[in-house]
Design a protein around this ligand. Sequence first.
Ligand SMILES: C[C@@H](N)C(=O)N[C@H](C)C(=O)O
Ligand code: ZN
Length: 304
Amino acid sequence: NDAEGAGTDASTSPVSIPTASSNIPEAQGVEEGASIEETGESGSATDSGMDSGPESQQELGTEPDLGTQPSLETEQSLETEPSLESQQQPSPPPVSSPARGALPDGFVYLDEYIPDALFEIRYASDYNFVGAVVDGYKAPVAIATEEAAQALLGANEELKQSGYALLIYDAYRPTKAVAHFIRWAADVEDTAMKDVFYPDVDKSQVFKLGYVASKSGHSRGSTIDLTVADADTGVPLDMGGPYDFFGDISSHGTKKISAEQTANRELLKNAMVRHGFKPYNKEWWHYTLKDEPYPKKYFDFDVE
Ligand SMILES: C[C@@H](N)C(=O)N[C@H](C)C(=O)O
Ligand SMILES: [Zn+2]
């Protein structure tokens, strides 16, 4: 296993970014305990974002019931051919930021809240462990609760003093995206991205091993996947393993990485912890706001 070997560094690989959509998101917050999204784990052993501290998050031992998948919304947009008349109209000039809809109360776009942060929204591209755009990611944008955004802004301001910026890979994640992960894990034939993201792990075990949650803190809006990059070049620091690499090397405290790589992880961790986030032992990139505003609510509006 060589997570840092040539061709396996997901943090520096090119990403094809889909174009943005202007559909208006639908707020679908679901209180814990009232939803089909629940897979029966009252202690949320599969929930990586609970606020019981990083230690308790090390033990994600309950395998999700892949047979009780959440029902997926069918989202079929019937595209109509533009009429000849509309084709002849002058088209508007390209805009630098995608058109955006209204977000549910309490949620913000992170690039508007933290203009100096960098973004590479992997699940809106096909460069991720699934190998396809993930359900619910209709645009490469990051959305979070305002409380999480405020705390993240503080962490970014701190890192900015040393010439760094936060590089955000994922933030709010709809429950339909989590359902997509569950479907992906059950499809053992599909190993398209195994070499890059999970070379030593059987994909059916990613929930049991704690690398993916069947009920994710991301869906509560205050959990972020991120790294640190050079603010000028945008090049991410070497964390000793790429984002979303499912293996031991991704754990905090691993002895398999260099002193410099450990120091880079500490730089991220210290900034995040100082600003109210808690780390997740299995994944150096995953942080949850301690005082999250929706500790029991799981949302399903699209990322767009
Ligand atoms: C899939 C990975 N980026 C992640 O966020 N994992 C945690 C455990 C989650 O799914 O909440
Ligand atoms: Zn995460």
